[in-house]
Design a protein around this ligand. Structure first.
Ligand SMILES: Nc1ncnc2c1ncn2[C@@H]1O[C@H](COP(=O)(O)OP(=O)(O)O)[C@@H](O)[C@H]1O
Ligand SMILES: [Mg+2]
Length: 300
């Protein structure tokens, strides 16, 4: 894998680093300026109901450039549905949501997606480089792209994620960690501003989990995109995560991993976070529902 230098989130130092990266960005396209502090994704009072059931309500969420947010919650709490809503597949029952200032819509090329899926879903005989190439189909770099240019973009992406070695192997024969590298490369093909990853660590051993987390973290720092990553376990992400969004019982809780997950009674926080009418005297743990401060220097 080509080395990537972590950059921080602002100031002249990261500006210089950004310019340097821009100069060597090559065929994968230009990198996004991480000095821009406008949220890439903004949701206000967002409520999603599917099959007559509310999954989450009154969700307020700002995702800032370069930020990594872990999405947690029990099975069926609406984590995948949140990502699919951002992808324009589900419409909100109420509230607003914008990506880069525009209403959510299907097929936005600047949203990368690593879906929740198993080995059998990707086809046993497809080669690694073909899987990555699928990320280019249907977009600016799609059918009209000259094949030499296309091959070079794919080769650069494979190198970037450290997957060149097994690029010609059938995907079905690769390990879970190797497959995830390819899926990340595919999701990066159109230079996303926001990367959605649905349980990318599922069924990986601890070492592979750590490798995939490091890959996503390095790429978001190098390219400046934000990440929403669904996981059942926050532990592999503790070193890199900026904030946690916890979904459950139609409600949400947002904040640092400590503030969201290390409470003695997180279910109380959840109740408060989704409460549509505040208590007369707010509970001390519920003063700023949905907008708890992230680590210093990370916005919102
Ligand atoms: N297209 C759909 N139509 C109706 N219900 C759906 C649809 N997709 C998901 N659901 C339901 O929404 C709930 C949340 O699903 P999901 O977002 O996949 O949960 P999670 O990813 O948190 O496990 C589930 O009860 C699921 O059955
Ligand atoms: Mg899911």
């Amino acid at each position: 894998m080509s080395p990537v230098t972590p950059t921080g989130y602002g100031g002249p130092e990261s500006e210089r680093a950004g310019a340097a990266r821009e100069a060597r960005s090559g065929a994968s396209g230009r990198l996004w300026p991480i000095l821009d502090h406008d949220p890439v994704l903004r949701m206000r009072g967002a409520t999603l109901a599917l099959g007559g059931r509310v999954l989450w309500r009154d969700l307020d969420l700002d995702v800032r450039p370069g930020e990594l947010i872990a999405v947690l919650g029990s099975n069926g709490s609406g984590k995948t549905s949140l990502l699919r809503t951002i992808l324009g597949e589900f419409r909100l029952a109420s509230g607003d949501a914008t990506f880069l200032g525009q209403p959510l819509r299907r097929g936005h090329r600047h949203i990368g997606y690593v879906p929740q899926q198993g080995l059998s879903d990707v086809g046993v005989s497809l080669r690694g480089r073909d899987l990555v190439g699928l990320g280019l189909v249907g977009h600016r770099w799609g059918p009209g792209l000259p094949s030499r240019r296309r091959r070079k973009i794919i080769a650069d992406l494979l190198r970037e994620v450290g997957a060149s070695e097994y690029a010609d192997a059938p995907v079905g024969l690769l390990s879970g960690g190797e497959q995830q590298r390819l899926r990340v490369a595919q999701a990066l093909a159109n230079n996303p501003r926001l990367l959605l990853c649905d349980e990318p660590l599922a069924s990986l051993d601890l070492r592979r989990q750590s490798e995939v987390v490091n890959l996503i973290d390095q790429e978001r720092k190098a390219r400046g995109f934000a990440v929403l990553l669904v996981t059942h376990d926050i532990n592999p992400l503790l070193e890199v995560v900026d904030r946690v969004l916890y979904l459950g019982n139609e409600r949400f809780r947002m904040g640092t991993p400590g503030s969201v997950l290390r409470q003695r009674r997180p279910e109380r926080a959840l109740r408060c976070a989704g409460r549509s009418r505040p208590r007369r005297r707010p509970h001390p743990r519920c003063r700023s529902p949905g907008t708890a401060s992230p680590r210093p220097g990370h916005g919102q």
